[in-house]
Design a protein around this ligand. Structure first.
Ligand code: ZN
Length: 217
């Protein structure tokens, strides 16, 4: 089941030499208007994996979502993003001008970056305790919040670095973290959002097969 919060699933099929994206496979090809038939497995419909994830189903992950509204509906590519960290039950810990929040709703359409490498799974048993203790300190009181230099990102990254330090690993600065983990995901999400909105507007979206791999969300 696709959660309704994350929008419709996007289906891709190939017909008349093109990649065609829809929310469901139509009876007639929207390009050549012939009845739909798929001669090869390669042409048959597949559901595109969405980069927008139900954040409350993610364990030990870094999540991003628009501060206001959702990616699919309102996000314009420039609006502020809010970030948080999930515990093992999908509760999203996040920091803003009101202090720490522990959200069990509101992150149903997020970009998710898993924080535990396969060789770090033993950390999972202590994760919730670490996250709770880290969040309960005065460091994250409302009066310390600064929109540009002491914000949700500072909170999440400081937590990630405290985990890395406990594991004896290198620290990540904001630029390195953004470049390595966040940008590839947001880039993919931006393509998906563009594709999704095009389908909403016209009922389908066509991408020539020659550039299909580069355009695939
Ligand atoms: Zn066709």
């Amino acid at each position: 089941m696709h959660p309704p919060e994350a929008g419709h699933p996007v289906v891709r099929f190939r017909h008349c030499g093109k990649n065609i994206y829809c929310f469901r496979v139509p009876d007639f090809c929207p390009v050549c208007h012939q009845p739909m038939s798929f001669r090869t497995l390669d042409e048959a419909p597949i559901t595109i994996a969405t980069p927008l994830i139900h954040g409350h189903q993610e364990q030990c992950a870094f999540l991003l979502k628009p501060t206001q509204g959702t990616f699919l509906r309102e996000y314009d590519g420039n609006a502020d993003l809010h970030v948080g960290i999930t515990n093992t039950h999908g509760t999203v810990y996040n920091y803003n001008e009101q202090g720490i929040h522990r959200d069990d709703a509101g992150w149903e359409e997020s970009i998710s970056i898993p924080l535990l490498q396969p060789n770090m799974f033993r950390l999972m048993y202590r994760w919730d305790k670490y996250l709770e203790e880290f969040s309960a300190t005065d460091a994250w009181s409302p009066n310390r919040y600064e929109e540009h230099c002491y914000n949700c990102y500072t909170y999440a990254l400081t937590f990630i670095n405290s985990i890395l330090a406990a594991e004896g690993r290198h620290q990540l600065d904001k630029n390195k973290f953004t470049e390595k983990f966040v940008v590839p995901k947001t880039r993919r999400a931006a393509k998906y959002i563009t594709l999704y909105r095009a389908i909403e507007e016209k009922g389908f979206c066509v991408i020539d097969r020659c550039d299909s791999d580069a355009s695939r969300p």
